[in-house]
Design a protein around this ligand. Structure first.
Ligand code: LMR
Length: 327
């Protein structure tokens, strides 16, 4: 081939690359596609492609297929992935302790109460704290309220005594388990099934959609519906990547995120309700609904965690949360 032909070919290749330039966004997460976060991220990917006319392609890597909990955020900061939706708890170990306030047991009674806080100035303040870490926070996505599982029934605080419970890495969650005499054990989400199966831990806490889609019912005989804490997410992108996006793409991207957030937060409760129905159908786990008195006893046993952790998560954060709740 003549040199001029080679040059022409190269030029044409470059031109077509420029015409077809597509921004690829790697979006990694740790849950299955059949969860509130899994579905919201798929919705987002579709919307982003649609609104940008295919200029943005979001590739989703679910179920810890790329990274486990802790590695995820490091990968985002390094730019190995562009997008994640880690649970609020996952930001505490980065030194952002105010995020751990959301781990306080029995802090929110309803998702609406939680939204009052995350969708107000507290939420905006939390997102702003991410920027010096090279992370841009875009939205809060719901999962739902957590319940406990074990191989023995969990009805009273005494039932937790001496049992090892898997938790996310959070000092507040450690205290929560200790408050009822349990032994907290930090493990990555992807390691929970095996840890329960092999007896490394005796029990765990999570939302019903996470419990069901991780097949926890195969390795746990009892589920107590305690609704004692909340799991939700912050959708985050690598800040450098975000700042470098062309303005039109960023606007379309923000619109896609807005719509995905509405969609995801609308389906979250239903997803958890359906997971409970499906889990009951398996017949492998006995589901126990705590009486009002039993739930109150658990709440009282865990209440000291709030005072103990106030300095850690920040008294001002707690004040802002309680102001938000009172509004
Ligand atoms: C967990 O680690 O238990 C959860 O944060 C997993 C998730 O992302 O819902």
């Amino acid at each position: 081939m003549k040199v001029s032909n080679l040059l022409l070919g190269l030029l044409l290749g470059c031109a077509s690359l420029a015409v077809n330039a597509q921004t690829i966004i790697k979006f990694s997460h740790v849950v299955t596609t059949d969860t509130p976060k899994g579905k919201a991220s798929e919705f987002f990917a579709k919307k982003a492609a649609e609104l940008t006319n295919g200029k943005v392609k979001v590739e989703i890597y679910p179920n810890s297929s790329l990274y486990k909990d802790k590695e995820e955020i490091e990968a985002l900061q390094m730019g190995a992935v562009q997008m994640l939706a880690p649970s609020l708890s996952k930001f505490g170990p980065m030194g952002l302790r105010e995020f751990e306030a959301f781990d306080l047991p029995f802090l929110f009674d309803t998702t609406a109460a939680l939204h009052k806080v995350t969708q107000g100035p507290v939420g905006a303040g939390l997102l702003a704290k991410l920027e010096p870490k090279g992370i841009k926070g875009l939205a809060f996505w719901d999962n739902g309220f957590k319940s406990f599982t074990a191989n023995t029934p969990l009805k009273t605080p005494a039932d937790f005594k001496g049992k090892k419970f898997r938790i996310q890495s959070s000092k507040v969650l450690e205290e929560e388990i200790r408050s009822v005499g349990g032994l907290p054990q930090v493990l990555a989400f992807s390691e929970v099934y095996q840890a329960l199966q092999t007896g490394v831990v005796d029990g765990t806490e999570n939302t019903i959609s996470n419990i069901y889609t991780q097949k926890t019912h195969e390795v746990q005989k009892y589920l107590s519906l305690t609704n004692h804490g909340y799991i939700g997410y912050v959708v985050v992108v690598n800040k450098k990547f975000w700042d470098a996006l062309p303005t039109d793409i960023r606007t379309q991207f923000e619109q896609a995120m807005k719509e995905a957030t509405v969609y995801g937060n609308n389906i979250a409760q239903d997803e958890n309700d359906q997971a409970l129905i499906d889990l009951k159908k398996t017949g492998r786990t006995t589901v126990y609904e705590l009486t009002k008195e039993e739930r109150l006893a658990l709440k009282q046993a865990m209440a000291p965690v709030h005072a103990k952790m106030a300095d850690r998560v920040g008294k001002d954060t707690l004040q802002l949360i309680s102001n938000g709740l009172a509004e």
